[in-house]
Design a protein around this ligand. Sequence first.
Ligand SMILES: [Zn+2]
Length: 71
Amino acid sequence: MSLAAPLPASVPIPIRIPLRQVLPWAIFIGFLAVLALYFVGAEQGATSLVSGHYVHEFVHDARHLLGFPCH
Ligand SMILES: [Zn+2]
């Protein structure tokens, strides 16, 4: 006698994901990516949204990793 539960014969896997379901998430993820790119690359000086150097210092290594001019 086996203790394992029997496996179902087949599990349906959806092959297509409709574009209407993917598009809002793609736009949202794209917005987050652009926002992250802004904070890493341009959050400094005249374009700074947050006063001080806290954001710049927090993303400083990522800034150098991506090749943005820094110092
Ligand atoms: Zn630097």
